[in-house]
Design a protein around this ligand. Structure first.
Ligand SMILES: Nc1ncnc2c1ncn2[C@@H]1O[C@H](COP(=O)(O)OP(=O)(O)OP(=O)(O)O)[C@@H](O)[C@H]1O
Ligand SMILES: [Mg+2]
Length: 241
């Protein structure tokens, strides 16, 4: 469904991505893990054509999309839930959701709104409150809901666990699981390797802008190098005691 081929991105002198190739099949849940500064956000922003590339191509549903505007990427069915959520704090929850559907006809927006608030009841309950009043977890749900308003075929998720407590992280991932089971394709990037790989079917490891490993998520989770480099404290507690 989505295929990124030999992608190179640099910011001035900083080479952020080098020869990155990633693909996601229809219906798959794929996680790409990597530490701080590995290039995860750059990859998603490049797919959305928010940042430009030096080399490489991106195909979505078999069509070259590397020159398509960001707004048209959304229209074609690619939605990004950005790092740090970026909800519009001074707008109501409902307005935030409506913003996500801005490319759609009014009748469709209404139907989507009903669907999204059924999926995330808290967004319905708090529809008229300012988004800035929501907790971090609720804001993450809102950011996901906003992306769903554009009726995406694939959801790109940037670091959904960021700044959230473990129980809330689990809640967010359980929602992603439901969405995946309903047929939505997901490409997620995370520093939190253990949860990202636990919920995905397939995974990639990005280090210093290069893919250094890929495979079934369960195999990556069991890999000693991945454990040492990315499972950190949790790994030490489980295996090094
Ligand atoms: N706008 C920018 N201008 C210059 N350098 C940038 C810019 N954005 C990112 N970089 C650099 O590109 C590299 C990759 O950054 P990126 O934000 O993609 O990493 P990341 O994996 O998302 O990190 P994090 O886990 O902290 O979100 C880093 O070296 C970063 O400093
Ligand atoms: Mg990032």
């Amino acid at each position: 469904m989505l295929e990124v081929k030999s992608l190179y991105v640099s910011y001035g002198g900083v080479q952020a991505l080098t020869n990155v190739s990633v693909h996601v099949k229809e219906g798959e849940f794929v996680s790409l893990i990597g530490s701080n500064g590995a290039g995860k956000t750059t990859l998603l922003n490049s797919i959305m054509n928010i940042v430009g590339r030096q080399k490489g191509s991106a195909l979505f549903q078999g069509k070259e999309v590397s020159k398509v505007s960001t707004a048209d990427m959304v229209t074609r069915g690619v939605a990004l839930v950005p790092e740090g959520r970026r909800v519009f704090s001074n707008m109501s929850v409902r307005e935030n959701l409506e913003m996500g559907g801005f490319k759609r006809p009014v009748s469709e927006v209404k139907a989507k709104l009903a669907e999204v608030t059924e999926m995330f009841p808290v967004l319905g309950d708090r529809a008229s409150q300012m988004a800035g009043m929501l907790s971090g977890g609720e804001q993450q749900m809102l950011a996901i809901g906003r992306a769903l308003m554009s009726a995406p075929k694939i959801l790109l998720m940037d670091e959904p666990s960021m700044g959230l407590a473990p129980l809330v992280i689990k809640e967010v991932y359980e929602k992603l699981k439901v969405l995946a089971e309903s047929g939505l394709t997901i490409l997620l990037v995370e520093q939190n390797a253990s949860i990202a790989l636990k919920y995905a079917q397939r995974g990639y490891v990005l280090e210093n802008g290069r893919i250094i490993m890929q495979g079934k998520a369960s195999e990556l989770l069991g890999d000693n190098e991945v454990k040492r480099a990315y499972l950190g404290k949790e790994y030490k507690e489980k295996w090094e005691r």
